[in-house]
Design a protein around this ligand. Sequence first.
Ligand SMILES: [Fe+2]
Length: 447
Amino acid sequence: MYFVSLFVLFATINGLVLASFEQDGVVSQQPEQVHLSLGSNPSEMVATWTTFNSAGQPIVEYGIKKLDKTAKGQSTEFVDGGSEARSMFIHRVTMKNLVPGQTYIYHVGSEFGWSPIFWFTTIKNGSDWSPRLAIFGDLGNDNAKTLPRLQEDAQSGQFDAIIHVGDFAYNLDTDNARVGDQFMRQIEPIAAYVPYMTAVGNHEQAYNFSNYVNRFSMVDSKTGEINNHFYSYDVGPVHFITFSTEFYFFTNYGRSQLHTQFEWIKNDLIEATKPENRALRPWIVTIGHRAMYCNLHFPNYTECLNRQTNFRKGDSEFPGLEDLFYQYGVDLEIWAHEHLYERLWPIYDEQVYNGSLSEPYTNPGAPVHITTGSAGCYEGIEYNVMEQAEWSAKRIYDYGFSIVTIHNSTHLSFEQLSAEKGHKVVDKFTLIKDNHDSYETRKLTSS
Ligand SMILES: [Fe+2]
């Protein structure tokens, strides 16, 4: 009580508008949980961080050799839906007019305190370069097997960006969102250095996904607006489309968003496949949490009926996505959710369309699907799965993460690293596409 009185007195004396509550017994205006995400073009980078009390105007000081530039942003108060209604302040600042492909140092904060100094490198301009990204899903606080390597690789400049394909912390909302705070602290050594791009998973569903929506800042490159559920962006010769598979499962939050998202995906694909756009960015890669073709046993996991999720074909209530992705020539579909790694043969409508028997991933007749959900969480590896289907080319039950390298307009290589085998590459394939048109217009060769 004495402490609170002193604090209120301090706030009054300084004429400041400060929240007068304490967070876990401490008044905290120090920035923490710093993380980056891509802005609407290679000249922008977004920094997001948290304080537990109001901390005034959020600022990023940054520069190439010294902190000689300043960007200001916005703060929003987020009240977690748990019983304690814990409050936190999320600060977002977009650095603009950055030089593409340039390394910057920066720190975040306000007149009330500053983070340590971090650094990042902006992605390069245009499409004539070879991005390298780490991709994984299902990373928790406990048993986060891949975390040390990801932290090390991020800080040594191994990745242009990182994609976390849903299921964070286990869970962001647990223990009145304290588990979420701890997770965001654990990924800071990754995400304060490399843009950390996200998709939503089922573990984020509490309170209408509010922890996920509030803690991240995913910018749709066309609108410049933040939409953490569905958004798209370009990295070199790739157009990434991220969407929510969870709209199809948590319909208790409504159904309209599902239709809104479908129309958005369709329009985004129409735009991305205009000849001039596809010539510039031939690769289209989708990111969603639950795999279209799946392995989880019914009835324990009702989302995987007949080895497929409900959004593959859709039904009378909502449209499915597989036809859309096939029609617009999506090259690669990346999923997570199942805690293993699985590579599929090129597939459409349950049929395998390998390029040829000897070179299945050269000019395939359908999109390639990868499930990469083994980054590590307390639930462990998924062993309770159905036997390998005929459309499954490879399954790995190790903890690990994936690296995708887009070499040029025709070659994309994908590697799976095992955390349990010293980060040895345990699977690798190269997708070769001389033609990125709709599969409908190609002569298909079934294996
Ligand atoms: Fe999941």
